[in-house]
Write a protein that binds this ligand. Sequence first.
Ligand code: ADP
Ligand code: MG
Length: 247
Amino acid sequence: MTAPSLEGVSLTGTGLHLAFGANKVLRGVDLHVDAGKTVTVIGPSGSGKSTLLRVLNRLHEPDAGDVLLDGKSVLKDDPDALRQRIGMVFQHFNLFPHKTVVENIALAPRKLKGMSKTEARDLALAQLELVGLAHKAESRPANLSGGQQQRVAIARALAMKPEVMFFDEATSALDPELVKGVLALMADLGSGGMTMVVVTHEMGFARSVSDTVVFMDHGAVVETGTPGQLFDSPETERLQQFLSQVL
Ligand code: ADP
Ligand code: MG
């Protein structure tokens, strides 16, 4: 794929707290991504990584703290409007099985941006081209590999022209041989100027693609730094222990 020209904006979360009952899931998390940069969030299962993403795009309202896009607080904005500015890709892609690939991508631009059928279809085809799947436009999702389906899910998110992209373990459900293609596409988006927050267990990706790596444990950021700092010279015992388990 030729790197697209994408215009990500900066994203900042400050002092984010969230509890589910007595379970303090986020305990004062700060996270900043400069425009066009990639931050990878690593950490053990249950450390609050997915919840952090969900607070940053306001699927959950934080108990305290602020979220800023392009330097402006978005906590008073309409949550639906905010979610249109942040594209999200999950482990399970949830494509509509009875719609074709191109219809899956055109749906949100039609419904949420009021595009005409032709306009949305043209946009969808352009996004499919970008992820190298123009030839699958008329296929049903079930006839694509998991890796191809995940690339369609990425194209679907990009069709909304997001300013930031979130990936939450986007390759965890894929067969090992399909992981590489999806990671390569994500890396291309990052080098094309998208702002990205990537939750991943792929330490190779975290090391080679991130501008900044954030290590979370028990709802808090334990270490933040360049990939070299975190992977080669972890400062805390908790990160050292985590890395010894996953590397
Ligand atoms: P991670 O993504 O790092 O594995 P999560 O953010 O999914 O961690 O979960 C962090 C903690 O928050 C866990 O203890 C989990 O049980 C809890 N949690 C997550 N979502 C909810 C929810 N909707 N309601 C109650 N507890 C939740
Ligand atoms: Mg998670």
